[in-house]
Design a binder for this molecule. Structure first.
Ligand code: NAP
Ligand code: ZN
Ligand code: ZN
Length: 350
């Protein structure tokens, strides 16, 4: 066992505070890493405040992790001490069901093991995430980080990156396709960068007029203020695909109206309260689809990291010490994130 410094929430209303945990002894296929950076996902806030009603307290959030390997178990073949590695939202799954066999571990029919707030399949312990100085993860759920990218800017790729990459690939974002991204936060800004790199025509929808210039710099061809009905109307019936990353309940109809016949809007935002049901006629008259998507599998996450390595893509970040996490949560609630907070775990080692 190795003593690890962490930050945890002890109940839904408590601010995150210092907490000590023990990481397990290495199993045969385990990789131990020193956590260098961990991104701050809106899901961390949802979980710390029990907005999804399934949090086991105390919870140590964090699933956008970049670390340096410090030791490996005897049967590890993929990694050695000194390697730069990443861990996302998943640390295990059953590995035998149809979804796991297809490399879609996030849809494991026996339940995937989350990086935090999950239950370890071997010892039954609750998992603790990357707001901590060390991590122990099976090599099968550990990713290789391209060495040409800034490791702090890579951290958010492990959730925000793959959660946008996977649906963009699934629904065919690419040359000749008009793709909308709704919300310019952590997920949304990665969606803009990735859709642009895939060759799509990219339109960003925001509620924040102050983000227009940034959206263009990040790769959007056009920016629409989603509260402006006239600007929205100009894009009616024109989108092949819309990726909705908004973290709060809102009316979906104004976006569904922008889809072409057979177009799809996919929800990745996971708000505390469900959106009101959209108008059925808006769907049936144009054979439009409303879909959802959950992160991505391990193989696709590696594909996304390699794609980002080739295209020089990282997240736009604001690095914070672990001690600044509660302020970061408050700013995230005000949509005041440019465009991902990343915790430097050296701040906990001092
Ligand atoms: P974030 O950085 O807080 O960004 C969310 C963005 O949504 C904001 O920047 C804002 O963009 C927009 N927004 C916020 N409140 C709004 C409101 N009331 N009305 C309209 N727009 C609003 O959050 P994130 O980390 O990107 O996460 C986004 C959501 O995805 C969260 O619910 C998170 O839990 C979920 N998530 C899902 C998955 C998955 O696998 N499906 C994975 C990771 C995260 P503008 O200022 O541009 O309007
Ligand atoms: Zn996340
Ligand atoms: Zn499975």
């Amino acid at each position: 066992m190795s003593t690890t410094y962490a930050y945890a929430a002890t109940d839904a209303t408590a601010p995150l505070a210092p907490f000590e945990i023990q990481r397990r002894e290495l199993r045969a296929h385990d990789v131990q890493m020193e956590v260098l950076f961990c991104g701050v996902c809106h899901s961390d806030l949802h979980q710390a405040r029990n907005e999804w009603k399934n949090t086991v307290f105390p919870v140590v959030p964090g699933h956008e992790i970049v670390g340096r390997v410090t030791a490996v178990g005897p049967d590890v073949t993929k990694y050695k001490a000194g390697d730069l590695v990443g861990v996302g939202c998943l640390v295990d799954s059953c590995r035998t069901c149809a979804s796991c066999e297809e490399g879609l571990e996030q849809y494991c029919e026996n339940g995937f093991v989350g990086t935090y707030n999950g239950v370890d399949r071997v010892d039954g312990q609750i998992t603790y995430g990357g707001y901590s100085t060390q991590l122990v993860v099976d090599e099968a759920f550990t990713l290789r980080v391209p060495e040409n990218l800034d490791p702090a800017g890579v951290a958010p790729l492990l959730c925000a990156g793959i959660t946008t990459y996977s649906p963009l690939r699934t629904w065919g974002a690419g040359p000749g396709k008009k793709v909308g991204i709704v919300g310019l936060g952590g997920l949304g800004h990665m969606g803009v960068k990735l859709a642009r790199a895939m060759g799509a025509h990219v339109v960003l929808f925001t509620t924040s007029p102050s983000k227009i210039e940034d959206a263009k710099r990040l790769g959007a061809h056009e920016v629409v203020i989603s509260k402006n009905a006239e600007e929205m109307g100009a894009h009616a019936n024109s989108f092949d695909f819309i990726l909705n990353t908004v973290a709060a309940q809102h009316d979906l109809n104004p976006f569904l109206n922008l889809l072409k016949r057979d177009g799809t809007m996919t929800l990745v935002g996971a708000p505390e309260h469900d959106h009101p049901s959209p108008q059925v006629f808006n769907l049936i008259f144009q054979r439009r689809r409303l879909a959802g998507s959950l992160i991505g599998g391990i193989a696709e996450t590696q594909e996304m990291l390699d794609f980002c390595g080739e295209h020089g893509i990282t997240s736009d970040i604001e690095v914070i010490p672990m001690q600044g996490i509660n302020d970061a949560f408050e700013r995230m609630l005000k949509s005041d994130v440019k465009y991902r907070f990343v915790v430097d775990l050296d701040s906990l080692r001092k």
